[in-house]
Design a protein around this ligand. Structure first.
Ligand code: MG
Length: 340
């Protein structure tokens, strides 16, 4: 990894135009030199071949990475601020699902052109979200190519305390934060696949464009949740991942899955449920809690600033996710169903 050294395409004989382009990219790199929070544990940040950070005694490093690609993870006409927000937020959500305190990030930005206005807006939004979660940008690079953004985020956990997908056991209850399905409905609204007006439309689109990483809640769940995952591919699909890694099964009760008022208003009950079960991009936390920890969960839920948390099912022996609506068992498809 180079730390904000603009890469010139490696053609045999660089033309003047290419050299000028590389210069523009170098200019752009400056927008990221002092980005995000300033942290005392950064020994060496942007500007060298690599960054150096201090990991406090008794802690472990949690590392996550995600790429967002134009036309796949966000619409081609998305605002640069929304692209920046999403690129970092999805990584913070992964850290939240691990119960990690966010600390540092790197950013690899691939751009079709050296559009300084675009980059300035992007960099401002990226830095604002990074500061909010006390994340320092410690390196990365800029290259020319189809628009995509790769962020690697790093966080800290006291040794042995990270949340994992693998700890769910029969008898544990399954919970989800927030309002699943809103983000997928927001994307459907943007793409004209769903109709909706006014405040409800705005709310759902906002939930797609600006998912709130549940970092604080992830930290609180350490020692309480037996397993945790963030909802990126859809509630049913991600619960399927969790039970598969844990070697158990789950029953998901559709009537218990919370639906936001806005989702209900725009999509109607049946379609709202479909968005909630199969739509992706929610970045809510889906987690399991054993019987012995339920009173601790109740205490956490009563704390100020706690998100809405709903019990939506239970872990059972066996494998796979059984989705039940009353006494009926439903077949659900995840994720791809709602993709462009
Ligand atoms: Mg994840």
């Amino acid at each position: 990894m180079q730390c904000w050294t603009a890469r010139r395409p490696s053609y045999a004989e660089p033309s003047t135009a290419l050299i000028e382009m590389a210069g523009e990219f170098e200019l752009i790199d400056r927008y990221f030199t002092h980005s995000g929070a300033q942290r005392s544990d950064v020994v060496l940040g942007v500007g060298d071949d690599g960054a150096i950070v201090n990991i406090p005694e008794g802690h472990e490093l949690v590392v996550v990475a995600d790429t967002v690609v134009c036309g796949v993870h966000f619409p081609t006409d998305a605002e640069p601020a929304d692209v920046a927000y999403r690129a970092l937020a999805v990584n913070l959500s992964d850290l939240a699902a691990m119960g990690a305190q966010p600390a540092w990030a790197t950013l690899a930005l691939t751009l079709p052109t050296a559009d300084e206005m675009w980059v300035e807006t992007f960099a401002g939004a990226f830095s604002a979200l990074a500061r909010k979660f006390e994340v320092a940008l410690i390196g990365g690079d800029t290259t020319r190519g189809p628009l995509s953004v790769t962020v690697q985020a790093m966080g800290l956990v006291p040794r042995g305390s990270a949340l994992r997908r693998s700890g769910a056991r029969p008898g544990d209850l399954v919970y989800v934060t927030g309002w699943p399905g809103d983000a997928a409905a927001g994307l459907a609204l943007l793409q004209g696949r769903l109709g909706g007006q006014g405040a409800d439309r705005g709310w759902l689109i906002r939930r797609f464009q600006r998912p709130e990483p549940r970092v604080d809640w992830g930290l609180r769940l350490r020692g309480v949740a037996s397993a945790c995952i963030d909802v990126s591919d859809g509630l049913a699909a991600d619960l399927g991942q969790l039970v598969s890694v844990s070697g158990v099964g789950a029953v998901l009760r559709v009537e218990s899955v919370p639906l936001s008022r806005a989702l209900y208003a725009c999509a109607g009950e049946e379609r709202a449920r479909e968005f909630a079960l199969c739509g992706g991009d929610d970045y809510e936390l889906l987690f399991t809690v054993p019987e012995s920890r339920r009173s601790e969960l109740a205490a956490l839920m009563a704390l100020p600033g706690a998100p809405a948390v709903h019990c939506i099912g239970e872990i059972v022996a066996g494998s796979g996710v059984r989705v039940r609506l009353g006494s009926r068992e439903l077949a659900v498809r995840g994720f791809d169903h709602f993709r462009p």
